[in-house]
Design a protein. Structure first.
Length: 307
């Protein structure tokens, strides 16, 4: 074995696999532990032996014994593992000492299990970091961020600015709903065109008010055949009027599903939904993010990119 082969050529992932094989005492047990096939594990061991230039384990006639070179490589793998484990523990201790404030500018009623999980996991990693959360409308959020307010935004953004970073996180699916006390609740409706001469509950929200939005087009189409009965910019009030039979309107599907009485609402066509309102993570390109903000953005990117 050449003196510099482990330093210059050896794959550290193969050393980890070799350590597990030796500690397990067999390829079969190691394969189960690593959740890979025995054939794949055998190939990894073969590649390591080729890199080292020597046989590492004697596996003939039921034997499982390290060679002299194998003993040296196993000792090296243990040393590396212990050192990396020590470094990881030190990094965790360093993370636990990070402190500061993350300011979030968010829309009201944003619901996402993945976003909730990020908040939970981030708090576990950085317990000394606190949050300041302010609720605004999307245009107000973007305007504040354009002024380089030290914050991260979570909002709709029908009009993107070249000065901003945008990371798509959540897609809110909107659908038409009526309440249990409304005449449409008991009717078999298959097409939007069948809904005529009813009261419409209009929700003034950024994505619905944007003339380039599909949700805006649907609302205009509805108002050609139905009367505008209620107008509000508060989602809870929209749900209140719909639930009490005043008329029908657009609601985020996940909000209805999470309501205390989801059966009190009936979804109307078109199916499966009317359209999607995308919610973006936003910040100014010229504002340097703090270290904890960088960590938080990275956690969001990793979590949402995996779906």
């Amino acid at each position: 074995m050449h003196a510099q082969v482990l330093v210059d050529k050896c794959n550290w992932a193969l050393l980890r696999i070799f350590r597990v094989i030796v500690q397990a005492g067999s390829l079969n047990k190691a394969a189960i532990q690593l959740c890979v096939t025995q054939s794949a594990l055998s190939q990894s061991l073969k590649r390591l032996e080729q890199q080292v230039g020597s046989c590492l384990i004697l596996r003939q006639k039921g034997q499982f014994q390290l060679t002299a070179v194998g003993e040296i490589v196993f000792e090296a793998s243990l040393m590396i593992y212990n050192q990396l484990n020590e470094i990881e523990q030190r990094l965790k201790q360093q993370q636990n000492t990070l402190s500061g404030t993350i300011r979030l500018l968010v829309l009201s009623r944003v619901q996402s299990a993945r976003f909730d999980r990020v908040l939970h996991d981030f708090h576990q990693k950085y317990p000394l970091v606190d949050f300041q959360v302010d609720v605004h409308k999307s245009p107000d959020i973007q305007q504040l961020l354009l002024q380089k307010v030290p914050a991260l935004g979570l909002a709709l953004s029908p009009k993107h600015s070249a000065k901003m970073h945008y990371q798509l996180l959540i897609r809110q699916h909107y659908a038409l709903f009526c309440g249990q006390g409304h005449a449409l609740y008991r009717q078999d409706i298959e097409h939007l065109e069948q809904i005529c001469n009813h009261g419409f509950i209009s929700f003034h929200q950024d994505q619905l008010d944007d003339i380039n939005s599909h949700l805006h087009d649907i609302r205009d189409k509805i108002l050609q055949q139905n009367k505008l009965l209620v107008t509000t910019n508060n989602l809870d009030e929209v749900m209140r009027f719909i639930k009490n039979g005043f008329g029908f309107g657009l609601l985020p599907k996940h909000i209805v599903a999470a309501s205390p009485q989801p059966h009190a609402f009936k979804q109307l066509p078109p199916f499966p939904d009317v359209g999607i309102a995308p919610i973006y993570l936003q910040w100014h390109k010229e504002r340097e993010l703090s270290l904890i903000e960088q960590y938080f953005v990275q956690e969001l990117r990793v979590t949402f990119a995996s779906h």
